[in-house]
Design a protein around this ligand. Structure first.
Ligand code: NAI
Length: 338
């Protein structure tokens, strides 16, 4: 059976998780090359998995043994490696976000369109999460009637010291921006950021936490999403869609319920690694299968990554300008992305 030879650029937390996943869990592929700016880490991972280490990510992308690329560096380096992959004509899976700047997304869109074939997938893995998939099906079957309102929340247990107000939306909030657009099969027309009282736990210069993103869609659906960087109790992702016939809610992952000492308790996932493990596994197997079959990837496209970045950027401007609502004017989707 043919094995897809993958090169991975960036071996931090999720890069190492994905290398392990591709090696131990996903069928039909092999990690043959890795690159990481921290050479000690990079060489260690290369040795552990029998892959070749490249000091330079672009050299890895252009090497003949690499058939498909996975970009898992920090956010600001994504665009460079996605562009290099398109230039090399190789399928590329880029962890979210596609890029940090709107202009970079536009460059990627143009390059992919000029290449003439869709080869970019963005790692918005919630689109593969069984809970979100069921929620989407429930809405599409009309069980709750017309969707009117969405209440959602994204609570991280804790955040890195480098977290800023902008990143809170562009790095965490971007998941919500993408998954709700996909869930509702809709686009945004306006947005606003509301700033509640500052958390005493996560407060630091440059980080307003929590933030509430308010969005309105073309169909007129109103969305509120709480983004909190330091819940202190776990990684908690919630989504409730209110329709005119009923409501539908994203299920929590199943955990055992204990009853002891007059107390009923059940666990909460600590982070994305465990909360979305099934979504990552399904997403990655699907990506490998479609690339091997030379088919258009099923996950979020470069266009979706662009829409998410554009929306997050406008919301960031809105916050910086004091929170008043801003129109979100999106360019028309080219036929290439339909
Ligand atoms: P991390 O900070 O643990 O790792 C990033 C790694 O990239 C570091 O090891 C760094 O040295 C390396 N790096 C930076 N620039 C590089 C370059 N030019 N070439 C090669 N390596 C480079 O961050 P983490 O958590 O692993 O996140 C990586 C990416 O994955 C981020 O873009 C993040 O947004 C995304 N992510 C996605 C998640 C999801 O749920 N889909 C969850 C966690 C992260």
């Amino acid at each position: 059976m043919k094995e897809l030879q993958i090169g991975v650029v960036g071996l931090g937390a999720i890069g190492r998780e994905h290398v392990k996943r591709l090696t131990e869990r996903i069928t039909g592929c092999r990690v043959v090359a890795v690159s990481e700016v921290n050479q000690e880490v990079g060489r260690k991972v290369a040795e552990q998995y029998g892959a070749k280490f490249y000091e330079d990510g672009e050299e890895l992308i252009n090497s003949p043994e690499v058939e498909a690329v996975m970009v898992t560096t920090w956010d600001p380096a994504h665009a460079q490696y996605v562009m290099a992959s398109i230039k090399a004509g190789k399928y590329v899976f880029c962890e979210k976000p596609l890029a940090t700047e709107v202009a970079e997304c536009e460059e990627i869109i143009k390059a992919e369109e000029a290449f003439g074939k869709r080869i970019v997938q963005v790692g918005f893995m919630r689109r593969f999460d069984p809970g979100y998939v069921e929620l989407k099906k429930t809405i599409e079957e009309g069980k709750i009637g017309l969707p009117l309102i969405v209440h959602a929340c994204h609570r991280n247990m804790t955040h890195e010291a480098t977290m800023t107000s902008e990143m809170s939306i562009k790095n965490s909030g971007v998941h919500e921006i993408d998954v709700l657009r996909w869930l509702l099969d809709d686009d945004y027309v306006s947005g606003q950021v509301v700033l509640p009282r500052q958390s005493s736990i996560s407060a630091k210069e440059g980080l307003q936490d929590p933030q509430i993103m308010m969005l309105r869609t073309k169909k007129g659906i109103c969305i509120d999403v709480e983004i909190s960087q330091s819940s202190g109790y776990g990684y908690d992702i919630q989504c409730e869609v209110v329709g005119d016939l009923g409501t539908a809610k994203l299920p929590d992952p199943p955990r055992v319920i204990t009853k002891t000492d007059c107390t009923k308790a059940s666990g909460i996932m600590p982070g994305w690694e465990t909360r979305f493990i099934e979504a990552y596994n399904i997403e990655m197997q699907d990506w490998v299968d479609t690339v091997l079959a030379d088919e258009t990837p099923h996950g979020a496209s470069a266009w979706d990554g662009y829409m998410a970045c554009l929306t997050a950027t406008i919301l960031g401007e809105c916050r910086a300008e004091g929170g008043t609502s801003k129109e979100i004017t999106l360019p028309e989707k080219p036929e290439f992305y339909n």
